[in-house]
Design a protein around this ligand. Structure first.
Ligand code: PLP
Length: 425
């Protein structure tokens, strides 16, 4: 029963394009309007309780309303929400990130992942004096012009190869490569000498979930180095999530520049650019690469981010990893028992089930999956009380507040919903 959501959606479509503030949130027949979240759960306006595996598309690694984050934010609100001047809170956030993230000699704070990658690209171009940027097919780095070419996420769901309104000139220097294809990348980088940087999600999280093949990130690191090309890891999702130092810590591969967002803001809007000192010192006012923002490094986000990092220890990551594995293994058992043609990719607290393929290793594999049947699975799970991101081309997340009872319920729900969706098959 979601009749109040249905009503609200009719109302919001008159006011907001597509009824939402960001495209992926609108799913047919109508999205659920959420009234509150607590721990690993959300409640919609019709009173349905949902286990939340979307978690704001990744940021809420401690779940909703964690007491430590809540308290830090309330304390900060009481002291002032915005100063337009430096604060201890932002300094501490930058220091904490530096301690954790291997590539980070210095940190510049921003307000979103989009901003972070936009700035990182300007920085790479400013540092190298070259204009070319290589991105991966299916990689998503936010909604700014230069990288809105063959993106993942919602743009991919609708099969838009980019976006209307992006001038050809804006993407003239953007080249596309295939993730996990080192040969193609070698060709591209040796053929051209105008490439400033390769930007990629070290683990692809915006076209479902695609993992790096053994040695791929290491080889990509060597290849970019040999060709005088900067390596940018977009760790907006993987940062803080896969390890304290993100995917670069987990895989032992250090990029020149890294972008972060999502989890570092504890649920408030956040972004960061981190990297080598000789590169980072080009950022204004230290250097000539301009970056600015009224809300950048704001004390509210900083207070929330600091609280999140204070809560996460080695045990948190071990537990997130084992929960991710447990859910994924259980879903694999279910699809095997039923003879369903599907597979599950997982790393740490990120996982995704792919329908219609027994293996997904590339973006091309993802594109062949059965997104229509996934939609049915999503709606059935919603009915059963489990809220996923509403697309085959997103990743599901677990948080520290998903306890054993939640994990059991998630597995049961997949069991029920997969049975329902594939009954006729
Ligand atoms: C979400 C995301 C972004 C964009 O971040 P916003 O905060 O939504 O602007 C950039 N890169 C990756 C890898 C993301 O997942």
């Amino acid at each position: 029963m979601r009749s109040y959501s249905e009503k609200l959606y009719a109302r919001s479509r008159k006011v907001m394009p597509g009824g939402v503030s960001s495209p992926i949130r609108a799913f047919p027949p109508y999205p659920s309007f959420i009234s509150r979240g607590e721990g690993g759960m959300m409640c919609d306006v019709d009173g349905n309780e949902l286990i939340d595996l979307c978690l704001g598309y990744g940021p809420l690694i401690l779940g909703h309303g964690h007491p430590a984050v809540f308290e830090a934010v309330m304390r900060q609100a009481n002291q002032g929400m915005l100063f337009g001047a430096p604060s201890v809170q932002e300094l501490e956030l930058a220091e904490k990130l530096m301690q954790r993230v291997p590539c980070a000699d210095m940190v510049r704070l921003a307000n979103s992942g989009t901003e972070a990658t936009m700035h990182a690209i300007r920085l790479a171009r400013g540092f190298t004096g070259k204009d070319g940027i290589v991105k991966m097919s299916g990689g998503f780095h936010g909604a700014h012009d230069a990288l809105l070419v063959r993106p993942g996420s919602a743009a991919m769901d609708r099969c838009i190869p980019g976006s209307a309104g992006v001038p050809e000139d804006a993407v003239r220097n953007t080249l596309i490569a295939e993730y996990n294809d080192l040969e193609g990348m070698t060709e591209l980088l040796t053929e051209r000498n105008d490439i400033a940087a390769v930007i990629l999600e070290p683990v692809m999280g915006n076209c479902g979930l695609v993992l790096p093949e053994e040695g791929y990130l290491q080889d990509l690191r060597s290849l970019t180095e040999e060709n005088d090309v900067l390596l940018i890891f977009d760790e907006v999702i993987t940062g803080l999530r896969l390890a304290p130092g993100g995917a670069q810590e987990r895989f032992g591969v250090i990029p020149d520049i890294c972008t972060m967002g999502k989890a570092i803001g504890g649920g408030l809007p956040a972004g960061a650019i981190l990297g080598r000192e000789d590169i980072m010192s080009l950022i204004s006012p230290a250097g000539d690469v301009y970056m600015a923002g009224t809300f950048s490094g704001n004390p509210m986000t900083s207070a929330a981010g600091n609280a999140v990092m204070n809560q996460l220890d080695a045990g948190s990551y071990r537990s997130l990893d084992s929960k991710g594995k447990k859910v994924s293994d259980a879903i694999r058992d279910i699809i095997q028992d039923r003879g369903i043609n599907a597979c599950v990719n997982q790393i740490g607290s990120m996982f995704q089930i792919f329908l219609g393929r027994d293996e997904v290793k590339t973006h091309a594999d993802v594109q062949e999956c059965d997104a229509g049947t996934f939609r049915s699975l999503f709606l059935s799970l919603l009915e059963t009380g489990v809220y996923l991101p509403p697309s085959q081309f997103e990743t599901n997340f677990l948080c520290t507040e998903h306890h054993k009872n939640h994990i059991d319920r998630i597995i049961e729900a997949f069991d029920t919903s997969l049975r329902e969706v594939f009954r006729s098959a």
